[in-house]
Design a protein around this ligand. Sequence first.
Ligand code: SF4
Ligand code: SF4
Length: 352
Amino acid sequence: MPETLIQAIKAEAARQGFVLAGVTTPDPPPHWNTYLTWLVEERHGQMAYLATERARLCRRDPSRLLPDCQSILVLGIPYPNPGPDAPEADSGSPQGHVAAYAWGEDYHLVLPERLKALVAFIEDRVGGPVANRWYTDTGPLLERDLAQRAGLGWIGKNTCLINPAIGSCFFLAEILLALDLEPDPPFPADRCGTCTRCIDACPTGCILPDRTIDARHCISYLTIENKGRIPPELRPSIGTWVFGCDICQMVCPWNRFAIRQADPAFAPRPEVAHPTLAVDMTLTPQDFNRKFRNSPIQRAKRRGYLRNVALALGNSRPDNILPALANALQDKEPLVRESAAWALENQNTCKK
Ligand code: SF4
Ligand code: SF4
C-alpha cells in the first residue's frame, strides 16, 4: 500500500528525532477555562506574558497564530530521564540538582532546525509552500491540551504530559499548518488512577487538584522564572535544586518504567548536570558564560543561578563550604550577596 502523506510526515519526524507525533485541529483546547482561572488566582507569579490579552485569546483559538491553520502537528522528543534517585548532596563536597531537561544543549537551539527541516519536507511532498508556524514552548498555545488531543498522552496530576511508553521526560513542539491532515484520535484515558505520589512528594505542596501548579511555590519557577529574592519561608524546601526540579517526575511510576532514550543532543554534560556547589559559587561572569554556553541555565543568568547555588549551600551541611559562601558576600550582585548571607545564617541556625 502506498505511504500516505501523514505516514510520510511522521516517518520524517521520527528521522528528526521526534519519537512522538500526532495531528489535531486548531479548535479551542478543553482546559482553556482552567488556564483562565489559574490566571485569575494569580498562580502565574511574575510570568506576566502568560496573562496578556493576546496570550489568552491565542490559547483559546490557535488560528489567531496562523489564520489559515487547518492542522496542528504535535511532536515529542525525549530528554534524559532523571531516574528515581537524585544525586547525593550530603557528601563532603555537596552537589546541586539540575532538572534533567537542562543537562544538555538548550532545546530552543536544537529544535528549530529540525522543525524547519520537517516543514521543508512537507512542502516538498505537497509540491509547494504551506503556510506554517512552529513553536518549541515559545508560543501562546496550551500545548499539553493539544498533545493530549493529538493522541500523545494524558495530562497527569503532576501537570506533565505522560506517554505510556516513554513517560513524561520529553519536549513538546508544534507546527501549525495550512494543510488539511487527518486528526489522530485523542489519547483516550487518564492513567493516573488513584496514585498521588507526585502530590505527596512535592516539597512545597504546590500541585493543585485541577492539575495545575501554583507557580509561585514551585521550585522550577522559583529557581528559573523568578528573577528576584526567593521568599525566605520557601528556601529550605528548595533543598539543593539549583535549576528547576524533577521530583514530581522522578517519583512518577510512568517514568520509573519508561523506555530511556534521550536524544543525543540532550545528553548530560556532567559538570552541568551535577554541579559541585562550592565550585559554582565562585563562578565569575566569564566562567558562567563559558560553562553554560548553549545551556538552558543561561535563562537564570549568573545572578539567578548563583542565588540558587547560595541557597542550596545554605541547605547543605559540610563546613568546607563556608569559604565559598563568605566570598559570595562580596559579590557585585546584591541578590547573590543576600542569598549568601541567608545561607550562612541558615548554617549557623541549623548547628545551634
Ligand atoms: S517541579 Fe518540584 S516544586 Fe514544582 S510541582 Fe514538581 S515537585 Fe513540586
Ligand atoms: S505520580 Fe502518579 S498521580 Fe502523579 S502524574 Fe504520575 S501517575 Fe499521575
